[in-house]
Design a protein around this ligand. Structure first.
Ligand code: KIV
Length: 262
């Protein structure tokens, strides 16, 4: 399978839906690689694997470590690395940190959260040959500042702001935009307002693609399930049942049997 690139992703707009999934290590990346268009090393890693209750605590070095691992498992999908909280507070810092990601990993692009207010930072990255994916709507890195996770696009005013943000990102040079946690009725207008693909999560069906966190969609993270997550597998149950069986066999002296020894 040929390697995906940002031009092919852009060309999917209004033609073919884009599939994106997160991965945080080589093992899962290898499983997903030839099935999906984009693998996102999301900072959701800090919650689903780091055990934290938001995404804010992960460092640039940790994101780089996981992105390197993902890239080792990938041959065809486009790999996008999330810039962690605090790593793009101005143009210079963003450029220094995005350059570090490009130099130390084989990521094809970076993703950062924010709209119009981040346009200058995105322009600077694009000017310096870094491919950028935007992220607007519900922005998990804003959870503490906004006092919780808030669904967006609930009023005409909010929809107008999202369209303004999407257009500012397109103008700044992003190749694609993630639209998270937006009322389904607002998604079509926002998606149609730009010529770059819009990939939704919890924003209904009227975008150019969808993204889900792998441990949510495969049911490995089962403490709570947001409304937008469809579970395609009951991973946690399968794992627990198998480990239970292993422990039982160990306790009963049934494992290992002859076929498992030298
Ligand atoms: O961190 C992440 O996994 C994300 C997706 C939910 C879009 O940003």
């Amino acid at each position: 399978m040929k390697k995906m690139n940002i031009n092919k992703i852009k060309a999917f707009k209004s033609k073919e839906k884009i599939s994106m999934i997160t991965a945080y290590d080589a093992l899962m990346a290898k499983l997903f690689d030839d099935l999906v268009d984009i693998i996102l090393v999301g900072d959701s890693l800090n919650m689903s694997f780091g055990g934290d209750d938001d995404t804010l605590g992960i460092s640039l070095e940790e994101m780089i470590y996981h992105t390197k691992a993902v890239c080792k498992g990938v041959k065809s999908a486009l790999v996008v690395c999330d810039m962690p909280f605090g790593s793009y507070i101005d143009k210079d810092i963003a450029l220094k940190n995005a350059t570090k990601i490009y130099q130390q990993t084989k990521a094809d692009a970076i993703k950062l959260e924010g709209g119009l207010e981040k346009a200058d930072i995105i322009k600077e990255l694009c000017k310096n040959s870094i491919a950028v994916m935007g992220h607007i709507g519900l922005k998990p890195q804003f959870v503490r500042a906004e006092g919780g996770y808030k669904v967006k696009g609930k009023s005409e005013e909010e929809i107008k702001k999202l369209i303004k943000d999407a257009k500012a990102l397109e103008e700044a040079g992003v190749f694609c935009i993630v639209l998270e946690g937006v009322k389904a009725e607002a998604t079509k207008t926002i998606t149609q307002s730009v010529s770059v693909p819009v990939i939704g999560i919890g924003s209904g069906k009227d975008c150019d693609g969808q993204v889900l966190v792998w441990s949510d969609m495969l049911g490995f993270f089962d403490e709570f399930k947001p409304k937008f997550v469809k579970r395609y597998l009951d991973g946690a149950k399968l794992v627990r049942d198998s480990v239970k069986e292993y422990v039982k066999e160990v306790k009963e002296g049934k494992f290992p049997s002859e076929e498992y020894w030298y």
